[in-house]
Write a new protein. Sequence first.
Length: 147
Amino acid sequence: MSARSKARKRALDVLYEADVRGTEPGVVLEATRLRRLEEGQASMNAYVVDVVEGVTRHREQIDELLSSYSMGWTLERMPAVDRAILRIGTYELMWADEIPDAVAISEAVALATDLSTDESPSFVNGLLGRLMEVKPRLAPEADPAAS
């Protein structure tokens, strides 16, 4: 597993925990960082912080995109792990220009395959694939310069 894949998984853990607890991802991120430090573990990969902060910064737009393009599913109805995976995938598609779109989708599907329901990988793939298709029309709205 690549360093970025591991970082995405750690970012997913942080975003999932924050969602389930109803707290800010930054609070969970800092608690995780401190816990790792106290336990003598290696410092957190910088990409974990980039993803968590990026998702947090663009959360309103991300949730709006997911709500608009997920056919028949509200965000609240989605499993919490799928929400977190989709938020990461959407952030990487729309604002992380250094990540190829196909890689963002593939990594999100891999997380869904490993961590969610049997139906989740195809749902994640379909929704992120749709966002990739409409991305050129959404680009001014996504404003990559704001990342």
